[in-house]
Ligand binder design. Sequence first.
Ligand code: UD1
Ligand code: MG
Length: 475
Amino acid sequence: MALSLDRLEVVILAAGKGTRMKSKLPKVLHRVCGQSLLARVLRAASGLSPKRIVVVAGYEFERVSQEVSALREYPFLKGIELEVVNQEEQKGTGHAAQVGLSKVSEKASAVLILPGDSPLIREQDLQPLLDEAQAKTIDLCLLSCKHPEPSGFGRIIRDASGEIVGIVEEKDCSDEQRLVEEINTSIYLCAREFLQQALAQLDTKNAQGELYLTDIVAHAVSSAAPLSSVTTEEVEPVLGANTRFELSKLEAFRRAQINQEWMEKGVTLEDPEHTYIDEDVVIGEDCSLGAGTKLRGHTTIANDVYVEGQSLIIDSKIGESSTIRLSCEIESSKIGDHCVIGPFAHLRPGSFLWDKVKIGNFVETKKAELYHGVKVNHLSYIGDAEVGGGTNIGAGTITCNYDGSKKKHKTKIDAGCFIGSNSALVAPVEIGQGAYVAAGSTITQSVPKGSLGVARGQQRNIDGWAERKKMVTGD
Ligand code: UD1
Ligand code: MG
């Protein structure tokens, strides 16, 4: 029956609620450095180019299926059949594997089983299992690792000659077995036929009353099926996470690796322990990231960008030689070259800044296109707007885009305008090229090209008023 790699398929166990996470979100949808646990495991599996990957979902089936559908579009899954199967009742990892196997092709020669809760698993951790199957005649090869704190994991039990005799779960361990440091990673490469036979033999005679996948190892031993193991040197990449604390430790591990990788590529990190860079972020050379910088999602930072720190940048593009000063939040936005943003600026989705734009403190933008050299230096809101090149927006300017009922309207300001401080531009409204708006105006009608729009109460000065007041009140 020996294991051949002619047609490899993968089963990912992702149906559990993750009770120990104490979360409404299924465990496999929690994230590490911006990617769901499931996405990370799928990516690692896809590296082995299997013919098919079967995801066993169950708890919150729809949500997990949606994540799989979203991931289907990713290039790493191209050419791989992807199936999601419903384990309606979660009766243990062995039962999940049974459900998964029902969607594995009859033609498959080998099945790799992966737990959906091992977020740091990489293709290179799995490859040795395939190498082992090629080098030896085996039915089953499992991946183990030595863990100085093995508590919570299944222990690999070996006889005096070092041969594996079984896996015992923590809750079923004797005191002596509990001391064993070699743990089960829950990653198994099996000949398909062997797996089918072994899963049919499972029972629930254990402390948790579940069908344990681990028992396929005891089945291999009792039926004298050839069995092998590979032990990894690096621990974290193959660890599963059952609690938020365990997940945070794995995330910290991966974060430190990502940070080190960027430093090696020429990025300065002022405080690597407090810099948070998601997996898919791209950063150019000679950038500098201050303490507390968070770069999330598909953010791209060009060369020579300076991020002062305490800023959150999500799914955005920052152009070359731009500066993000202290404490800015930038989301789904695009910033050109040589721009200066902040401190304390909020660029909401759809902010599109051309080159040399300046956004100062306490400025908020949303769905706004600001052309070359625009300055919005203080305390303004620019939403649903287009601002032409070289325009200067004075402190406290508001584009009043919302009419209070249902609609948002657009403000269009042409190139070379000057909007005086504390102006309210009530949209829809257009300020023509080179026009001025007087400070304190509430502009409700368009201002033609080259004109001055003034819309405020006229000032009058009352002579001697202060002196007369003193005479009346005695102040
Ligand atoms: C499992 C192993 C343990 C190993 C550890 C490694 C068993 C019995 N134990 O324990 O030996 O050291 O992984 O991390 O296999 N799942 C389902 N359906 C179910 C139950 C679980 O799909 O009915 C999925 C979960 O969503 C999870 C994976 O299987 O992704 C592992 O389940 P989990 O409950 O985390 O098992 P552990 O207790 O960690
Ligand atoms: Mg687990």
